[in-house]
Design a protein around this ligand. Structure first.
Ligand code: WT7
Length: 654
C-alpha cells in the first residue's frame, strides 16, 4: 500500500496493552456498558433512518422533515429532507428558557492573559446584534462570508451570526497567506470578509488586516470588510479603506438585539471549508445544515460524555474542522461550557496549557498527537507543576497517535485516571466516525477502536473485497457527511465515490485486529499530514513549478518525530540557474507567500534530475526511500537508474 509506514505498522501490530474505563467513569457515563453500545450500534446500522430521526427530535425544528434520508441521487445524499431548522438557534435560543441562559458558553483567554466570559445569553445577544449589522451591509441568506480572525470570542460570534442569517461561512485559518485567502475568496465569490486588526501568537501580533488588504487586491466579489479590534483600548495600527471597511464595534453600535433566526432548509449550505486534496488547488468541502447539526450534536455528547457541569477544552483552531464541530457547533448544541484560547501552548512558558487546565478546572481536554509529542519533549516537569486533577477525559485527533505518546498522555496528563478517546474523522466527515466511547470501550494505545453510531466502516482492497489490512471505507451514508465540493460535483464523485460502487473512500489506510478494532495507518494518497495539517503534495509541487527558476519538483512526506510527517521537496532548476543558499531561501519565502509558514517543507533538495519511469512518471516511492535513509527499492522501471543513486549520495552528504 502506498504511504504505509512499515515501522509504525510493526509497532502497532505488537501493541498488547489494554485499558478499561474505571467503574466510577462507567457508572456516570451516558453510555456505560458494552451491551448498550452494541444494542444501539446495531439499531443505528440496521435502521439508520429511525435511529437518526430519534436523535434529531431532541433538537429544534421549525418544520419537521418528511424523509430522513434520500438516496435517489447518490452520492448526492440528502438528510432530513423538507425539514426547516437553524443551527445557531439550536446552539443558542434553545437554551434561553432554561438555567443554561446564565451559564458560561465561552470562557476565553487571550495569549497576553486577558479574559472574557460569555454566557449563553450574552452570546445570543452578541450574535443577534451582529446579524443586524451584517444585514445593514446587505448580507443575505446564501451569500458567502469569509472569516479570517484570531481565536477570540468574535470568531465564534461571526460563525454563529452567519449560521443565523443563513450566510455560508468559510473560515480561513489565520496562518494562511494573502494568496491563499484570495484563492478561497475567488473560488466561493465571497461578498464580505470579517477580519481583525490583529491577534497574538507567541508574543507577536499577526497583522491580519494587512494580509486581507493584500488578498483583496484582486477579489472583486468582496464588497465589504468588517474589522474587529482585538483590544478596544489598545487599537493595533491598520489601514481602513473608505466605503469598504467597517469597524465591528461601530457597525454594531446601537443595533437592535432583535433578530429571529432564518428558517433554513435542512440541505441549505452551512459552511465551506477548504482542504487540500491530491490535485491542484484546495477544494471547498460543502457541509449543509440539518445532518451536520444532528451528527455534531450526538458525537459531542457521547464521545466526550459531555455533562452540563463540564469545562470542555478543545485546543484546535476554529480555522480547521475540529474547531467548527467541537468548539462551536457540537458543544454549544449540548449547552456546554467551552474554554477558548487564543495563542501558543509555549507562551510565555511551556506550562501554559497545564496552567490553564488548573486555572479553569478543565474536565475534558481534546488535542492533537503532534502537540502531545511536543509536550513529551518539553519534559514532565511542566505538567507536574500544576494541578490536573480536574481532568476526567482526554481526547486526540488529527493523525495516528503512536503508542508511546498515548502512554505518556495516559500517565503524565491523565494520571492513569482518564479514558483516552482517539477519534478518527476528517473535514469531509463533519464529525467523529471511529472512536472509543469513554465509559464503554477498552482502549489499546494507537487504535481508534470502534465505529460511532450510524457509521459503517470496512477495510477493502482495490477490488472492493474485505481484507484485514487495506483501505478504510465507509459503506453507508451518515448525516454529517460532506455534500459535495463547491462548484465541482464531478470532483466530489471522482475523489470520494469512484474507487468502489456506492462506498465512500476517505483516503486512509487501516487494519483491523481480531477484536474488530480499527488501527488507522495514515493517508494512502498524495496527502501529507504535517502536525495535523493536511497538505497535498501536488499543491506544493505546483507552487514550486510556478516559480520562474524551477523546472520540476516532487514533494514527499517522510516520518517526523514530532510532526508525525514532514515534507521534503526535491526541486530541479531551469537551465542557467545555480543551486545557492540564497535561492533556497527565495523558494522558502515563495511557499510562505503562496500558502503560509505551516506548509514549509523541512528540506529543499536541489536535484539535477528526478527519478522517472520510462513513461516520465516521477517515482516518489524511491524519493521516500532516499529521504528515509532506506535501501533503494526496485529501480528496474527507471529510465535512468543513476539519477536516484546520485541523489541518495547527495542527500546523505547534505
Ligand atoms: C485526516 C483528516 C479530523 C479533524 C482533524 C484533521 C487523519 C485524523 C485521526 C486519528 C489517525 C487521523 C486521517 C484523516 N486523522 N484523525 N484519530 N487517527 N489518523 O482533519 O485535515 O480533514 O484530516 O487526518 O489521515 O484522513 P483533516
Amino acid at each position: 500500500m502506498p504511504g504505509t509506514d512499515k515501522k509504525q505498522l510493526d509497532t502497532v501490530l505488537k501493541e498488547a496493552r489494554r485499558f478499561k474505563p474505571s467503574k466510577e467513569f462507567r457508572k456516570q457515563a451516558h453510555i456505560g456498558s458494552e451491551a448498550e453500545y452494541r444494542r444501539l450500534y446495531k439499531k443505528s446500522i440496521q435502521n439508520p433512518e429511525k435511529f437518526w430521526a430519534g436523535i434529531a427530535s431532541e433538537l429544534h425544528w421549525f418544520k419537521q422533515w418528511n424523509q430522513v434520508l434520500d438516496a435517489k441521487k447518490k452520492p448526492f445524499y440528502r438528510w432530513f429532507v423538507g425539514g426547516k431548522t437553524n443551527l445557531s438557534y439550536n446552539c443558542l435560543d434553545r437554551h434561553l428558557d432554561s438555567p443554561t441562559r446564565h451559564k458560561a458558553a465561552i470562557v476565553w483567554e487571550g495569549e497576553p492573559g486577558d479574559r472574557r466570559v460569555l454566557t449563553y445569553g450574552d452570546l445570543h445577544r452578541d450574535v443577534c446584534v451582529f446579524v443586524n449589522g451584517l444585514k445593514k451591509l446587505g448580507i443575505q441568506k446564501g451569500d458567502r462570508v469569509a472569516i479570517y480572525l484570531p481565536m477570540t470570542p468574535e470568531l465564534v460570534i461571526a460563525v454563529l451570526a452567519c449560521a443565523r442569517i443563513g450566510a455560508v461561512h468559510t473560515v480561513i485559518f489565520a496562518g494562511f497567506s494573502a494568496e491563499s485567502i484570495r484563492d478561497r475568496v475567488q473560488d466561493c465569490q465571497a461578498k464580505l470578509i470579517i477580519t481583525g486588526d490583529g491577534g497574538w501568537r507567541r508574543g507577536k501580533v499577526l497583522p491580519l488586516k494587512d494580509i486581507v488588504d493584500e488578498a483583496l487586491s484582486d477579489a472583486p466579489s468582496v464588497a465589504s470588510v468588517v474589522v474587529v479590534r482585538r483590544n478596544l483600548d489598545n487599537p493595533l495600527p491598520c489601514h481602513m479603506k473608505d466605503g469598504r471597511d467597517h469597524w465591528y464595534h461601530e457597525l454594531i453600535d446601537g443595533m437592535s438585539a432583535d433578530c429571529p433566526a432564518e428558517k433554513m432548509d435542512s440541505e441549505d449550505l452551512l459552511f465551506l471549508l477548504y482542504t487540500s486534496g491530491t490535485t491542484g488547488k484546495p477544494k471547498g468541502i460543502i457541509h449543509t445544515t440539518g445532518g451536520y447539526m444532528v451528527f455534531t450534536y450526538l458525537t459531542t455528547k457521547y464521545t466526550f460524555d459531555l455533562k452540563p457541569e463540564d469545562m470542555f477544552w478543545c485546543t484546535a483552531d476554529i480555522g480547521w474542522v475540529t474547531g467548527h464541530s467541537y468548539i462551536i457547533y457540537g458543544p454549544l448544541q449540548n449547552g456546554a461550557t467551552c474554554l477558548l484560547y487564543e495563542g501558543a501552548p509555549d507562551w510565555p512558558h511551556r506550562g501554559r496549557f497545564w496552567e490553564m487546565i488548573q486555572r479553569y478546572r478543565v474536565n475534558i481536554f481534546y488535542t492533537a498527537p503532534t502537540a502531545i509529542r511536543a509536550f513529551m519533549k518539553w519534559g514532565d516537569e511542566w505538567p507536574n507543576k500544576y494541578d490536573l486533577s480536574s481532568l476526567r477525559l482526554l481526547g486526540t485527533v488529527g493523525e495516528p497517535i503512536n503508542p508511546e505518546a498515548w502512554m505518556w498522555y495516559h500517565k503524565t496528563i491523565g494520571h492513569k485516571n482518564c479514558p483516552i478517546v482517539d477519534t478518527w474523522w476528517q473535514t469531509e466527515t463533519g464529525g467523529i466516525m471511529i472512536t472509543p466511547l469513554p465509559g464503554v470501550t477498552e482502549t489499546k494505545p494507537g487504535s481508534a477502536t470502534l465505529p460511532f453510531f450510524g457509521v459503517a466502516p470496512a477495510i477493502l482492497n482495490d477490488a472492493g473485497k474485505e481484507v484485514n489490512a487495506g483501505y478504510l471505507a465507509i459503506t453507508q451514508p451518515w448525516p454529517g457527511m460532506l455534500r459535495g465540493v463547491y462548484g465541482d460535483p464531478e470532483r466530489y464523485r471522482q475523489t470520494y465515490w469512484s474507487k468502489w460502487k456506492d462506498i465512500y473512500f476517505p483516503g486512509d489506510g487501516a487494519r483491523r485486529d481480531k477484536d474488530g478494532y480499527y488501527w488507522i495507518v495514515g493517508r494512502v494518497d498524495d496527502v501529507v499530514n504535517v502536525a495535523g495539517h493536511r497538505i497535498g503534495t501536488a499543491e506544493l509541487e505546483s507552487i514550486f513549478v510556478e516559480h520562474p527558476r524551477v523546472a520540476e519538483s516532487a514533494v514527499i512526506g517522510v516520518a517526523h518525530e514530532l510532526k508525525g510527517q514532514a515534507m521534503v521537496a526535491f526541486v530541479s532548476l531551469r537551465d542557467g540557474n545555480t543551486e545557492t543558499d540564497a535561492l533556497e531561501q527565495e523558494l522558502k519565502d515563495w511557499v510562505v507567500k503562496k500558502i503560509g509558514k505551516f506548509a514549509l517543507p523541512d528540506r529543499i533538495v536541489f536535484s539535477g534530475d528526478l527519478p522517472k519511469t520510462r513513461s516520465g512518471k516521477i517515482m516518489r516511492r524511491l524519493l521516500r526511500d532516499v529521504a528515509e535513509g532506506r535501501a533503494l527499492g526496485n529501480v528496474t522501471t527507471l529510465a535512468d537508474a543513476t539519477v536516484v543513486e546520485k541523489l541518495k549520495v547527495q542527500y546523505e552528504e547534505d
